[in-house]
Design a protein around this ligand. Sequence first.
Ligand SMILES: *Cc1c(COP(=O)(O)O)cnc(C)c1O
Length: 436
Amino acid sequence: MKFFSTRKNSPEVSFEGAIFKGLAPDGGLYHPVDEPDLSKLFLKMTRQEDFASIAAKVIANLFNDEIPQDDAIQLCKKAFPFSPKLKKLEEGLHILELFHGPSCAFKDFGASFLANSMEYFLKSEQRQALILTATSGDTGSAVAQAFYQKDNIDVVILYPKGRVSPLQEKQLTTLGGNIHALEVEGAFDDCQRMVKEAFTDPALSEALPLSSANSINLGRLIPQSLYYIWAFTQLKGISDEIIFCVPSGNFGNLTAGVLSWRWGLPVSSFIAATNANDVVPEYLQTGNYETRPSLATYSNAMDVGAPSNFERLLTIFQDDWNVMKSMIHGESISDEETLKTISDVYQEKGYILDPHTAVGVLASRRFREKVLTGGGEIVSLSTAHPGKFVEIVKEATGEEPQLPEALQKVMMGKKQTTVINNTLEELSAFLMDNFA
Ligand SMILES: *Cc1c(COP(=O)(O)O)cnc(C)c1O
């Protein structure tokens, strides 16, 4: 499989090339050139197969020119010691729980596959990589966990001092080993700027094998298609018409679902569920795409005013608004509605939703009432464990959700960081001292 840039001004690359480059040289995102037809493979898969085995079959088919089948099996086994779970919430509506990985959010799937793919290529070529990334809190923890103890790779994570939650800070700083946390005297924007400056600094690029692992990386996008395919196998015999509802911010998760449909998964619609940051639902309604500064909401991992993967969606739908809106339905949910949904679902079903998942569940229920006339099962993606959002969940339900066990352990670890000022000079000095 080869990949091209969404801006169409860069050479095509292999999967390996795409994951180590991150962003294409023209500033575009890497995207598959071909859309292989995997429908026969999907039909042959059974409910009994575990997630890692289904993942390996798809990956071996997609990347047969770079990752032979036996290697794909090993890679997926290592990448996915955790699995999604599908739970029926009510008639016609299922929750796809994606929070059973080490950081208790769906980003574990993408981060873990990327980390293991990088390790696979680096080991066979006996070279090193240094991953440099900035985080405002949540995404960095999935990356830290995923790359921990990977051979041939060091990770440097910049985060704004005093501006991430205590749990997030523990997740970033207690692993040690090849995970190096830099506490920056400044804001998240400073961290992002410093990382950008480091990547464009000729002396650093010369001296260090720099790579990124941010959410636009193709190595994080592709594996997110796998749980849509797995969910389809779980509903075999119940329904062959599936609607997926995806709580969205940067729209990587939804884009991955749309890719699985392009490869032949029988999906009848996608629901793009957002909070008040509704530029995509608005585009689907009006045909006008207007990015704007993000608004702060309860589902803060979805507070995105200029979704980075929208370029990929436009590429898939060839800029055709009519085709896109025939396949994707948009819904925007307010904070008040989010809170009420957590409360309603807890009272009706005894099931606790996190705020991001609640946005998806209400969007799913609305879709069922307004749009869905015939049958069809809705699968609503649950992107995080409710225990990560104690305050909001407590406000909605009166109950304090349990912190998942994986995170309770993290809270007991010891923080290890290096404090630096918000300048490229200090970042360069740290990198050169430790890794050159
Ligand atoms: C990142 C994230 C999202 C949004 O996913 P995108 O791929 O950016 O659309 C939703 N929920 C949670 C909990 C997240 O961490």
